[in-house]
Design a protein around this ligand. Sequence first.
Ligand code: C2E
Ligand code: MG
Ligand code: MG
Ligand code: MG
Length: 292
Amino acid sequence: ESKMAGRNALKFYSNAMSNAVQSRLEMENELRQALRRDELYVLYQPIISGDTGIVIGVEALLRWNNPKLGHVSPADFIPLAESLGLISTIGEWVLEQSCAQIKKWRKHEHGPRYVSVNVSSRQLLNNVIVDDVHLGLALHGLPASALELELTESALIENSEENQKTFNKLHKLGVHLAVDDFGIGYSSLSYLRRFSFDTLKIDRSFIKDVPHQKDAIQLVDAILSMANSLGMKIVAEGVETKEQLDFLQQMGCSAIQGFYISRPLAVDDVLPFCEKQNLASAPPTITQGEES
Ligand code: C2E
Ligand code: MG
Ligand code: MG
Ligand code: MG
């Protein structure tokens, strides 16, 4: 009987294995076609000023909706796209979408002024990103300040000599460079000084525990003062509560992003959100007059 059970367990195990392999293969095949079949789209999450509450920019966040697989999380398909060598093509497409959108939004009084685009470290391996960025700006008649590129700490560390040259070229174009998910990787202060990054995005794992845990408060405080002394802008990611927002504003955090402000939005929802947010953030003297 126990032999039977063992055999069944083995069979179950190998079925589960081949199912896993099968579904990975299926996801690979589907992902290779996703762009051509128009299954990818971009959401934009608002980023507000810590001082004024006004929308300053948006982060472009890629989505994949496949007829067989449904919505696949970027946490799953981005690494797959990287390992399949698809990320450069997909990244170029996200950049183009983002440039086209921000061009339109900047024409509106309340529209976001910049779009922040995630760039995989794989996209730095050749120098195509520099040409892509240059072309994207030129094609849409955008100032470099309309574009920010987000890189994770690993991009600062791996292959750092070559990457630094690329960062310098991008910096020369005038686009802003941001360190994404700051604090969970291994970058040292010397990296931050050496590379000409403009912005630090504090990882949401640090924001999660403020303002209740003392060590989290101290860490955020330390990151903020470090960024200040390096002349960098700070974006707090993953702000989910009013308490967190109040705390970060009090600490002088320059920019805020998170579900409490807004979820990532579909293209058509961005301008209406910005109008509402900016009008609600107008100086109190004006609203007081209207209300009394
Ligand atoms: P990320 O760059 O750190 O982007 C922020 C992630 O945090 C997004 O997840 C966003 O939806 C989520 N988020 C924002 N506010 C909150 C909040 O208050 N609470 C919580 N729990 N989460 C929040 P998303 O959209 O699932 O993207 C996951 C990751 O996939 C991104 O992390 C980014 O590294 C990657 N990614 C997304 N789009 C692209 C892309 O176009 N290119 C590349 N290379 N990577 C991308
Ligand atoms: Mg990001
Ligand atoms: Mg990212
Ligand atoms: Mg992040």
